[in-house]
Design a protein around this ligand. Structure first.
Ligand code: ASP
Length: 325
């Protein structure tokens, strides 16, 4: 049944969804990013009906997303931007590895004004598995792409729909590997229908569009690293990174942004030397609360998990103005 005008573009980047193992029963000993996205789609029964219209396929990359690179992000964002601007395209689906999906989702949310759905999907089992999860995730991604009113950068895995800000990989093996934390998912896909629990995301989408333009014009990506607080932490890693020319540092602090005094001192030294420092928490839920009565020596990273705070700081150092939260 063809019910929608416009085409859906599927951009392949690799991942376990495109992975191959030597033995069909092997769910972990495989190589990611082996099967072309066209072949992946052709292997899914019922995909043409689920698409509800023409599908266009592009292979943007073919990598294990543990090896995600800035060049792939830039290429992916540029293809998304071109397709979002094309009136004949109604939605984009991106096949991606699970390892860095949350970073790519936040990057795309930040650099794209996605008034159409951009749906990232993935798999925890390779395409060669006895019971691969990729085919159902692809069908569910198409259901989200076709859902009335869908917009923004979202991801779909194991029947749950997550927003770019909240999504996080929380399990290294289970098929249901993602969580949106305390707020729960945006909704669920059930037998090809989306049941929403929250509205589609749009707030602050595209705040870093200017950074994408700078990258296209040849600006180098800044160097931003993540450090962590833990028992016995010292400032030596931070001092070494500053000597090595780091431009930004995100710290995964303990609890409500607390830091070992030696690490705190090193981060303040780094900040005085011109390095941009942002404080997040290593706690998986919640966000650091600022003390209302005191100016913090180090700025907070507006409620993002460390890897997403790093994406935001990269974009900020490329000149984008981060949204206030
Ligand atoms: N290492 C894989 C990747 O991120 C894992 C996966 O896709 O599940 O590409």
């Amino acid at each position: 049944m063809q019910v929608s005008a416009g085409k859906i573009v599927v951009l392949g980047t690799g991942g376990t969804i495109a992975g191959k193992a030597g033995v069909a029963g092997d769910n972990i000993g495989y190589v990611a990013g082996q099967v072309g996205v066209q072949d992946l789609l052709e292997a899914v029964p019922g995909l043409a009906q689920a698409a509800q219209g023409p599908l266009v396929v592009e292979q943007v990359a073919q990598i294990d997303s543990k090896n995600m690179e800035f060049a792939v992000w830039a290429a992916l964002a540029h293809r998304c931007r071109a397709h979002l601007a094309d009136d004949s395209v109604r939605a984009i689906v991106v096949t991606h590895g699970t390892d860095t999906l949350e970073e790519t989702a936040w990057f795309l949310h930040s650099v794209l004004d996605a008034r159409k759905p951009v749906v990232l999907t993935c798999a925890m089992r390779p395409a060669t598995a006895i019971a691969p999860d990729g085919p159902q995730n692809l069908l569910d991604a198409l259901a989200v792409a076709n859902a009335p009113g869908a917009r923004g950068v979202v991801s779909v895995c194991a029947g749950a729909v997550h927003g770019a800000r909240q999504v996080q990989k929380v399990h290294p093996y289970r098929v249901d590997a993602f969580s949106s934390g305390e707020g729960g998912p945006l909704g669920w896909v059930e037998e090809g229908r989306v049941r929403l629990a929250q509205d589609w995301p749009q707030a602050q989408a595209g705040w870093a569009q200017s950074a994408l333009e700078k990258i296209a014009a040849g600006a180098p990506w800044p160097r931003v690293e993540i450090v962590m607080n833990y028992a016995g932490a010292s400032g030596s890693t931070v001092d070494a990174l500053v000597r090595d020319g780091v431009q930004g540092l995100v710290v995964a602090a303990t609890g409500n942004g607390t830091l070992h005094h030696a690490l705190q001192a090193a981060l303040e030294r780094a900040q005085q030397a011109g390095v941009a420092v942002r404080v997040t928490t290593r706690c998986p839920l919640g966000q650091v609360l600022a003390l209302p009565w005191a100016e913090a020596a180090l700025p907070l990273a507006s409620g993002l998990i460390p890897v997403k705070a790093r994406v935001s700081l990269l974009l900020e150092l490329l000149g984008a103005q981060p949204p206030a939260r």
